[in-house]
Design a protein around this ligand. Structure first.
Ligand code: HEM
Length: 469
């Protein structure tokens, strides 16, 4: 029988080492329950249960936003629920359509080539910071265009201040902290105000340019603003026909005004969600490539076969092995290692957890990190083997949700294609000229902060040495 101290210990196992806690829970079955601090949650391991939550029964679940995340990024699409989420997603989606990718692709390719050209033989780099700066530059120029690209620095300055204030707070303390007259609170307020002013000025300039018929800039912000205007016009037309629709909603499904604050919140959400995730994945990819000479040789052979020095979006289909390296990296090190949902009704799970019925209010955790290392779906699950992605029969035999680093269903990552194209172009542009080696003075793991992305975030202490090929 367990003693009271041995029952108390598992409550904090997740907070101490989330991945080890998930792995040991998963070893006991497909729907184990585990303590997440004071709360009991259910881990769903089987791909069919993942499909139930993300796709088949998605309307019975709510995303679970930490209070801290909402304080940091406001009410962007990441935080929205129900009807409000569908509407915000509808407005954002056109900016990420494949046909818009020409512009994003050119930004990615130029930044990747510029980064590769700025390196020199023997240089050592703090790799994650370098990848963060590169992906931040790409998301900044994709959002604001080259003329206003520096606005992304205001976003990042604000996010840095807000993350260090709220980052460790996963409880409602975040709501109260702003009332305390600390210098860090003042810093967040000042930077948020500066960001608001900057975004309001950019939006006003774009609106005026559109009014006088100046040529439209081809960036995410322009697309966001025009999709917003189309949505508002469509809503006005519907509201004029049946005015009672105007006040629909409820706490979580209510319409919010698509005003400057909304624009700011969506921009912060895109910057927050859209650069560190990709930068971390790239950092892992470089390290894995450096540790696997056979993979590195095949990578070099593929990029050398390209007929131009600066790979472009058109080259991405010609780089299946580079893509396989990225997919395999995200399998072993998914940079969003878990996804939380709360059941809003009683939900019987199907083949993935037969006999399990989730209670209304029950919190479930899906973990790409666990499911993507499950030996039922993956041969040698802990081995880095990009080749597995090139075998069509192998891929077809695997359940769809054995791999879900970008989630799935209505809340699937809006930036999945953006991130994948960006990563392939960066890996290819750099690998054409350089090999990256783990520097001998690399000081190992650092302590990670308690936040949802921390468990699979590579340490910022890793240094890589750049060598001419
Ligand atoms: C390797 C890079 C990336 C990974 C691993 C990743 C992963 C994810 C995952 C797992 C979700 C779903 C979360 C959930 O279901 O609760 C998500 C959502 C989201 N991602 Fe990404 N992401 C990446 C890159 C990006 C990029 C480049 C952007 C934008 C430029 C982006 C923007 C978003 C947004 C806005 C959402 C919220 C979607 C919604 O709730 O409807 N992500 N991402």
């Amino acid at each position: 029988m367990m003693t009271s101290s041995s029952t108390a210990r598992p409550r904090f196992a997740f907070l101490r080492d989330p991945l080890a806690a998930l792995a040991s829970a998963a070893a006991t079955g497909d729907a184990p329950r585990l303590w997440l601090g004071p709360a009991r949650v259910r881990l769903l391991v089987h791909p069919e249960a993942v499909r139930d939550v993300l796709v088949t029964r998605q309307r019975d679940f709510r995303g679970l936003a930490f209070e801290a995340a909402r304080r940091i990024a406001g009410d962007g699409v990441l935080q929205a629920q129900g009807e409000a989420h569908r509407r915000q997603r509808r407005v954002l989606q056109p900016a990420f359509h494949r046909e818009r990718f020409g512009t994003h692709g050119a930004v990615m390719s130029t930044h990747a080539a510029r980064w590769a050209a700025a390196r020199h033989d023997g240089e050592t780099l703090p790799l994650r910071n370098a990848m963060v700066a590169l992906t931040l530059g790409i998301v900044g120029e994709s959002l604001f265009g080259d003329a206003d690209a520096a606005a992304v620095d205001d976003v990042r300055d604000y996010l840095d201040a807000a993350l260090s204030l709220y980052g460790p707070l996963v409880v409602p303390v975040a709501r109260w902290i702003e009332r305390v007259p600390l210098p860090s609170v003042r810093r967040v307020r000042t930077r948020r105000a500066r960001l608001d002013t900057r975004i309001a000025a950019i939006v006003a300039a774009r609106t005026e340019a559109a009014r006088v018929g100046a040529p439209c800039r081809d960036d995410l912000l322009t697309m966001l603003l025009s999709a917003r205007d189309a949505e508002l016009a469509a809503e006005r037309a519907v509201d004029a026909e049946s005015p009672r629709n105007v006040a629909h909603g409820g706490a979580n499904g209510a319409r919010r005004p698509l005003d400057d604050r909304w624009v700011r919140d969506e921009i912060m959400t895109l910057v927050l969600a859209g650069h560190e995730t990709t930068a971390s994945a790239l950092t892992w990819a470089w390290r894995l490539v450096a540790e696997h000479p056979d993979v590195e040789a095949r990578l070099h052979a593929e990029v050398d076969a390209l007929d131009r020095d600066i790979p472009t979006l058109d080259d991405v289909p010609r780089l299946p092995y580079v893509r396989a390296i990225f997919d395999e990296t995200l399998r072993l090190h998914p940079t969003v290692p878990f996804i939380f949902r709360r059941a809003m009704a009683a939900v019987p799970l199907g083949d993935g957890a037969p006999g399990v019925v989730l209670r209304p209010g029950e919190v479930v955790v899906l973990s790409p990190w666990v499911t993507q290392r499950d030996a039922r779906w993956w041969d040698a699950p802990d081995t880095f083997r990009p080749e597995r992605w090139l075998d069509d029969a192998d891929r077809a035999a695997r359940p769809r949700f054995a791999w879900f680093p970008f989630g799935g269903g209505a809340r699937v990552c809006i930036g999945e294609h953006f991130a994948t194209s960006e990563a392939v172009l960066i890996l290819a542009a750099v690998a054409r000229r350089w090999r990256l080696r783990i520097a001998p003075d690399h000081p190992g793991r650092e302590r990670t902060r308690l936040d949802p992305l921390a468990p699979t975030r590579p340490p910022s202490t890793w240094r890589m040495r750049v060598e001419t090929r």
